[in-house]
Write a protein of this length. Structure first.
Length: 668
């Protein structure tokens, strides 16, 4: 009834608040009417009755049914069945149980009672009415984290593992480490905000040490993780931050922590996600005269994707209308109230531009709805001159994604975060958000949706494969089309760069610069594989190709820009095993990979994990030459029944993460 039977710790009592649970008491004799029996539950170092961190319930007296109460439901000889009901706002955490009879106090061997949030209880502020949604957002221990680019989205399998060994203990440890007052631990608003801070290590030696340097000596590269449980288990064991994580790792772990505590949660990916450091709802992109992006000019950035979380709860601390999904983000980007934490921020507030509401609503609004401004940095007489190229109102916040309820597929939830781009409602939301900016930032936040059409009628685009096989040359065409009657003189520059998913430039691969007079033309942009392979091999992050183009029309002094993102493509990793197996009986799981690329893959490692089957394991595969096949096998012995998923990931110096998964049904 409490939906806690999947938790690994089956010796302690794990219950959800606002719902009755039963205790069986066995005495040395039958109870008499005048016997005094007091059931006591306490939590924290200094439990007090005034804030219900110390609860005493006399089994023989009438009690207020709105708060804690315990009643004898059945007696049989020396055995007594007691029904205990907690309030729907009870403190969440680990209670110590004791029973007082006259002058004696009894503490059972498994004296701890774990109290969790209860999405099944209407009076609980995390109540979620839909059964299928509760199954997905609370009980599901596997899922996907969506990554890639707007034009090439793919799901990365992730094991949340909230029921695995020591994960609940790790969450209890985090609650204690949060130093929240005990009563505050019953408020999902406060708890989710505290966990967004504790999942990163920046202020409080939290769970994960974030790193974006591209080199991860002394820890696990972010791309190598397949799930949250190994991270939380190691953290609980060592009490030291685990190296290393990036946004999807922070999100995956925060989903695990929230679901483990009973707060409905989902991992959410925002593609073309803005990081607005100046709080003016604009992100400035600076290009040099070769159309190459200049990182040093600004701390603003647009990430190819960013993964955060939504948590489900009522918001009694806010005006009406902002219950439901709330954004929380454990990735340490900006400080809030002196520490790296973000949220909870109502998704409905983001949609309507109500950025005055707590917490970090301005920051989140900018992530999905900032304008992008391109600047050309020209060298004029030894001084840098900035020329505004274009301002885009529809470039940020694309294809906001999460796993669909009950299906292994992506759901686009962009409409929950924003009105259709360019619609009157969306522009009104931006206008409203701008009205809450500081006076200095308000001056640069203006509606630029109605830009004048170009006099010259020139269009730019890049043609070529959108996905590139690693090791192949890059062959693209820059296309200039002229839809107007006249001829124009165009100064055209195009560049090709290797970037991380956060927009950090890792290498300049090449550029073209040409003045053309034409109605229409195609210019080839070709990059040899050797030009990028060395950088790809030396950096442990997954990289992508970014092409930027600038066209200046001499006759009208108009300027155009365009860009293209290319992602690398890899051969598949296959998982072979039976569809059905029996609990406690061995079966064989095989992992097969053929290197169909033209380059060798060096220092290959296979990372595998199967919840309820085996813990995360890393198998060294050495170097895999072009055309070679490896086959690795694991003998598995499942210890849980039900549908289980095995997740595998192959990493190497060249390939940062090829994922595969397969389901198996374990029967009794």
């Amino acid at each position: 009834l409490h939906h806690t039977e999947e938790y690994h710790d089956n010796t302690s009592l794990i219950v959800r608040r606002g719902q009755a649970f039963q205790l069986k008491l066995t005495f040395d004799r039958e109870l008499k009417d005048n016997d005094k029996v007091v059931l006591q539950l306490s939590i924290g170092e200094k439990p007090m009755q005034s804030n219900e961190t110390l609860v005493s319930m006399n089994l023989g007296s009438a009690q207020n049914p709105q708060r804690w109460c315990a009643n004898i439901s059945n007696t049989s000889g020396r055995e007594c069945l007691v029904a205990v009901t907690s309030p729907a706002d009870a403190v969440v955490g680990k209670y110590i149980l004791s029973v007082e009879t006259g002058t004696h106090v009894y503490k059972p061997g498994n004296k701890e009672v774990y109290m969790l949030f209860n999405p099944w209880c209407e009076a609980d502020s995390v109540f979620m009415p839909d059964d299928a949604e509760r199954l997905e957002y609370v009980l599901s221990d596997t899922g996907y984290l969506y990554v890639g680019s707007v034009t090439n989205i793919f799901g990365r399998p992730w094991n949340f593992g909230q029921f695995e060994e020591d994960v609940l203990e790790s969450c209890m440890y985090l609650l204690d480490k949060s130093k929240l007052k005990q009563k505050a631990r019953g408020d999902p608003v406060i708890v989710s905000r505290a966990m967004s801070a504790l999942v990163n290590s920046n202020d409080d030696a939290g769970v994960i040490f974030g790193k974006w340097s591209g080199r991860y000596i002394g820890g696990t590269a972010p791309m190598a993780w397949t799930g949250s449980a190994p991270i939380l288990q190691e953290y609980y064991k060592t009490k030291k931050s685990i190296c290393f994580g990036q946004c999807w790792v922070f999100s995956g772990v925060l989903t695990t922590v929230m679901r483990c505590l009973g707060i409905p949660a989902r991992s959410v990916t925002n593609f073309a996600s803005a990081h607005d450091t100046e709080e003016n709802l604009k992100v400035d992109i600076f290009l040099n005269e070769r159309s190459e992006k200049l990182d040093k000019m600004t701390s603003d950035s647009i990430w190819n994707f960013h993964v955060w979380n939504d948590v489900w709860m009522k918001r009694p601390d806010l005006p009406k209308g902002f219950d439901g999904w709330q954004v929380v983000d454990a990735t340490p980007q900006e400080m809030s109230q002196g520490i790296y934490q973000c949220g909870p921020c109502p998704v409905k507030a983001i949609r309507s531009g109500e950025v005055y509401l707590p917490y970090e609503s301005k920051f989140v609004f900018a992530e999905v709805n900032a304008d992008r401004v391109f600047w050309l940095v020209k060298n004029v007489d030894g001084k840098e001159e900035l020329i505004k190229l274009r301002e885009e109102t529809k470039a940020v916040g694309k294809s906001i994604s999460t796993k669909a309820v009950g299906k292994n597929m992506r759901e686009d939830i962009t409409a929950q975060y924003k009105f259709p781009e360019g619609s009157p409602e969306e522009r009104e939301a931006v206008k409203k958000a701008c009205s809450y900016l500081t006076p200095s930032n308000l001056a640069v936040c203006e509606d630029t949706s109605l830009l004048p059409p170009l006099q010259a009628g020139i269009q730019l685009k890049v043609e070529g494969e959108k996905a590139l096989w690693l090791g192949n040359p890059i062959n693209l065409n820059v296309v200039v089309d002229n839809s107007s009657a006249g001829m124009w003189t165009i100064n055209l520059i195009a560049s090709c760069q290797l970037q991380s998913y956060t927009g950090k430039v890792e290498a300049n691969l090449g550029s073209i610069k040409q003045t053309i007079q034409t109605e229409a033309i195609q210019l080839p942009l070709n990059i040899a594989a050797d030009t990028y392979i060395k950088t790809v091999t030396s950096v442990e992050d997954e990289l992508l190709i970014k092409v930027n183009i600038i066209a200046e029309i001499q006759e009208t002094n108009e300027k155009l820009t365009d860009e293209l993102t290319l992602t690398f493509q890899y051969p598949p990793l296959k998982v072979e095993m039976p569809e059905i197996a029996k609990i406690h009986e061995d079966f064989t799981c095989s992992f097969i990979f053929k290197n169909t690329l033209t380059i060798p893959l060096e220092k290959c490692q296979l990372h595998v994990e199967g919840l309820g089957i085996f813990k995360m394991n890393t198998i060294n595969q050495g170097d895999i030459m072009p055309g070679r096949i490896f086959k690795s096998q694991i003998i598995c012995c499942p210890n849980k029944t039900g549908k289980k998923k095995i997740v595998a990931k192959l990493t190497s110096s060249q390939v940062k993460g090829i994922s595969a998964e397969k389901m198996i049904t374990i029967t009794a």
